[in-house]
Design a binder for this molecule. Structure first.
Ligand SMILES: Nc1ncnc2c1ncn2[C@@H]1O[C@H](COP(=O)(O)OP(=O)(O)OP(=O)(O)O)[C@@H](O)[C@H]1O
Ligand SMILES: [Mg+2]
Length: 251
């Protein structure tokens, strides 16, 4: 048996992924260490979001395997993977937009417990979950906004709520696809600063185009380009790596 504590939290082995005739990955191999804050960078269309989809189970590879804690999960459903401890940010859909953050977090917490039956109408009866939701909103600096309809909140707070909803699932691995997209530079830094504190015990894999954020908040960086992992290293090494400059940083 593999000891999950000694194996990487996430591994991709020889992944091949194609959408019809469009090959995104050929033989992608990727390893993520437990506890890392790991950034994926690469040009538009490099397959970064596709990779997240393969990890969450939204997409299935043409061949190859995805392993979580040393266990093959390639054929597991997204729900099974959430249960195993993989969460990605919720896109705040129209339902959540019309709710307030407190109700949204209570519903997310209920989902974590496998209860899909908690609706807006029954939220007020969930005393224990309401306490937990309030505590989480305090942590994320959203306490004053708990009862404000989400779509009327500033955009930065909506993005923060997206992360809080994923975090409510208590994941071992948190996946963030451009969490700071649409935010100002200052708001992006604020989001990542808060994330760094909140996720001290969680492995975080994030996609980010803003190199300032990447170099500041990642322990390690993977560069995807042309269907492959070009290089994986520390931010300092990535910054000066000739191949990275060639395929991405453009200097
Ligand atoms: N569902 C899909 N069907 C067909 N092609 C797709 C699908 N999803 C992605 N692609 C294609 O696969 C390639 C990789 O896309 P992907 O979204 O993973 O790139 P990305 O690295 O996330 O890019 P960006 O930085 O623009 O977000 C692109 O050429 C894209 O057009
Ligand atoms: Mg993308």
């Amino acid at each position: 048996m593999t000891d999950p504590q000694n194996s990487p939290i996430l591994e991709a082995r020889d992944l091949h992924m194609a959408f019809g005739g469009l090959v995104v990955f050929e033989h992608l191999n990727f390893t993520l260490g437990r506890g890392e804050r790991h950034a994926i960078i690469g040009p538009n269309g490099a397959g970064k979001t596709t990779f997240v989809g393969l990890v969450t189970g939204l997409l299935r590879p043409t061949s190859g395997d995805v392993l979580f804690n040393g266990r093959v999960i390639t054929h597991e459903s997204p729900q099974q993977r959430v249960k195993a401890g993989i969460a990605r940010t919720f896109q705040i859909n129209s339902l959540f937009k019309a709710l307030n953050p407190l109700a949204s977090v209570v519903i997310a917490l209920a989902q974590r417990e496998g209860r899909a039956n908690v609706s807006l109408r029954s939220v007020s009866r969930e005393g224990k979950l309401i306490d937990e939701a309030n505590a989480l909103l305090v942590k994320f600096g959203l306490a004053d906004d708990a009862l404000t309809v989400t779509e009327t909140l500033p955009y930065g707070k909506q993005r923060l709520l997206e992360v809080a909803l994923a975090f409510a699932l208590r994941p071992q691995l948190l996946l963030l696809d451009e969490p700071a997209a649409g935010l100002s530079t200052a708001q992006g830094h604020e989001l990542f600063r808060q994330l760094a504190v909140l996720t001290a015990d969680t492995t975080v894999l994030f996609i980010e185009h803003d190199m300032n954020l990447v170099f500041r908040y990642a322990d390690r960086v993977s560069v995807f380009a042309a269907g492959a992992l070009v290089v994986q290293d520390t931010p300092d090494k990535i910054r000066t790596h000739p191949r990275v400059r060639e395929v991405y940083l453009g200097t």
